[in-house]
Design a protein around this ligand. Sequence first.
Ligand SMILES: Nc1ncnc2c1ncn2[C@@H]1O[C@H](COP(=O)(O)OP(=O)(O)OP(=O)(O)O)[C@@H](O)[C@H]1O
Ligand SMILES: [Mg+2]
Length: 343
Amino acid sequence: MPGAIYAEGLVKTFGDVRALDGVDLDVPEGTVLGLLGPNGAGKTTAVRVLTTLIRPDSGRAVVAGVDVLKHPNEVRRSIGLSGQFAAVDEYLTGRENLQMVGQLYQMKAKAAKERAGELLDRFHLSDAADRTAKTYSGGMRRRLDLAAALVVAPPVMFMDEPTTGLDPRNRQALWDVIKELVAGGTTLLLTTQYLEEADHLAHDICVVDHGKVIARGTADQLKAQTGGERVEVVVQQPEMIAGARDVLARYGVEGTGHGDVSVENHIRKLTVPVTGGAKLLAEVIRDLDAVGVGIDDIGLRRPTLDDVFIYLTGHAAEREEEEENGAAGAPGKSRKDRKEKAS
Ligand SMILES: Nc1ncnc2c1ncn2[C@@H]1O[C@H](COP(=O)(O)OP(=O)(O)OP(=O)(O)O)[C@@H](O)[C@H]1O
Ligand SMILES: [Mg+2]
């Protein structure tokens, strides 16, 4: 039986761009699917198709047991959507916005009022509840929009980058709400650029790029695909980076030379995927010492979803704030580069 969200061969083109190029999805009831992918991969387009906002060129989708193309109105009654860009009424207060949503869903006035109060509290908006939304900061609008999507707990929810722009406390608050929703039986499709978020919340993950699903599985399965652990070394002096790189390249899994070692020059950090565990770490330390490389910090860690993302798509997940601060990770290398190097 297909899951609560099911899609088969979805194609959507905009002029020359194939935003969706044959996407299949199957999300079992009561689970969370994390849809990951770089900017422009097709995540929002997939959400828009599944929530009946646009029609695909071809393919089929069933949400909450109802055919999305044949009965869009019926689908709309079973779903909730929080879009990538907040959709709140600027001229209403936060409280009025939420009460209005409740009333649109035919809640009794008293129940709508109670629910609004509860959500304002959860998302730390009580102090601002009676100000018009146009006076809210970006993060406050975002939270109001999320609260609006949660006024009624529908059987199927879609959230497009729900925590982008939220501070850590509010991100945690949303994660808690999501966990409760899912415990109550809601099925959720979530897109995110915060891979840690997918790691925490998603039962399954689909990585999309150029409109295609390029990998799927649990976070652990995807991490296993990128090979074993990583050795990370922070060297004492910038001049030591080149020497350390030569040493680490000998330990790289693929053993194809410098390409396997990634370097973040500004923090003097080198990373290389390895197999061999703690024993190998001792050898690396000895070899670095032998060539006169001083070590500030060294460690072995499991791959993160960020490593998976870089490995699969060739670049780090883009987060605007970090890019602005110049703190984005080292540029990754694409699978294609790796293959070329290996041959
Ligand atoms: N209405 C539209 N008209 C023309 N092109 C569009 C339209 N909507 C999306 N696209 C294109 O389709 C592709 C996929 O866009 P989409 O918004 O689905 O990406 P995304 O994965 O959500 O990206 P982001 O991480 O930046 O939100 C992009 O190349 C985009 O420019
Ligand atoms: Mg998007």
